[in-house]
Design a protein around this ligand. Structure first.
Ligand code: ADP
Ligand code: MG
Length: 156
């Protein structure tokens, strides 16, 4: 799982397939099919942690899932980022920049919604702890997140 990490990636946030992530209090910003297809094909499915930034905004902690996309009968992968930050508005159509740093766990099936939510809460806590380590904190300041000035990447 770790061979491709850290993995830097940037792309537009698109509409997902409405698994109701937001209703669970855990919205996930989905990357387009093209971005997902640019990923290494042998990258493991599962839950990862890293840093994320919307447009030229602040860099925040994130948890990310690479999973099998039910929309394509689980033939293609989906990549979804939950940013550990409360946004005032949705940001569909904006450019999301991420660096994937570490692997937390494989994909799992859960017996109940409560079990799923508590697993995700644990993932978030694990991500927060990991990202506070100096070796992971330094990637927050990476030049990758500093877009050239004067370049319009967002409408607001
Ligand atoms: P979809 O199925 O369209 O991906 P979600 O319920 O997963 O719908 O919600 C994702 C959307 O929520 C993102 O595309 C983004 O515009 C918005 N959003 C708001 N806050 C966050 C956040 N903290 N992390 C990720 N997405 C967020
Ligand atoms: Mg989503």
């Amino acid at each position: 799982a770790m061979r491709h990490l850290p993995y830097f990636c940037r792309g537009e946030v698109v509409k997902g397939f409405g698994r109701g992530s937001k209703e669970l209090g855990i919205p996930t910003a989905n990357f387009s099919e093209q971005v997902v297809e640019s990923f290494p094909s042998d990258i493991s499915t599962g839950i990862y942690y890293g840093w994320a930034c919307v447009g030229n905004g602040d860099v925040h902690k994130m948890v990310l899932s690479i999973g099998w996309n039910p929309f394509y009968k689980n033939f293609k992968k989906s990549v979804e980022t939950h940013i550990i930050h409360t946004f005032k508005e949705d940001f569909y159509g904006e450019i999301l920049s991420i660096v994937i740093i570490g692997y937390i766990r494989p994909e799992k099936n859960f017996d109940s919604l409560e079990a799923l939510i508590s697993a995700i809460q644990e993932d978030i806590e694990e991500a927060k702890r990991q990202l506070d380590l100096p070796e992971h904190l330094k990637l927050k300041e990476d030049n990758f997140f500093h877009l050239p000035e004067g370049k319009i990447v967002s409408n607001h």
